[in-house]
Write a protein that binds this ligand. Structure first.
Ligand code: FES
Length: 152
């Protein structure tokens, strides 16, 4: 049986009717067409589904959408300011922080949170914070460079 839920996503209010067990990830991708958030593993192991809830990073595959009422959800689609990319998006481009790009939205959402939460003091600290975001292409060194640039 579906339940009503009101969600604030990228500054837009949505009034929805959903199955209680719908993950935030499936809601974003399948009901709202926000497919920038990726499904890699669907069980909390890869970070491809990373979004921000009230500014904190969260694996949206492990999060029930109904529990997010009244919170501010931000996805990769909400990071740019109109036509102007977020500085972290610019830095990923400049430093080649991706190859195939599948993990990139999740990497960027984690990278923004890494600095915001104060875990970007050293390369090691950045690597530790970012360790939940898997990149099969192995772009890790360039991702760290991108984060360092935005931090400085
Ligand atoms: Fe959520 Fe992999 S899809 S962590």
């Amino acid at each position: 049986e579906k339940v009503p839920v009101r969600l604030d996503i990228n500054g837009q209010k949505h009034k929805l009717s959903i199955e209680p067990r719908t993950t935030l990830l499936d809601l974003l991708r399948e009901q709202l067409g926000l497919t920038g958030t990726k499904k890699g593993c669907d069980y909390g192991q890869c970070g491809a589904c990373t979004v921000h809830i009230d500014g904190k990073r969260v694996n949206s595959c492990l999060t029930f959408a109904v529990m997010q009422e009244g919170k501010e959800i931000t996805t990769i689609e909400g990071l740019a300011n109109g036509d102007k990319l977020h500085p972290m998006q610019e830095a990923f481009i400049k430093h080649d922080g991706f190859q195939c790009g599948y993990c990139t939205p999740g990497q960027i959402m984690s990278a923004v949170a890494c600095i915001r939460e104060g875990h970007a003091d050293s390369d090691d600290e950045i690597r530790e914070y970012m360790s939940g975001n898997i990149c099969r292409c192995g772009a890790y060194a360039n991702i760290v460079s991108a984060i360092q640039e935005v931090k400085n």
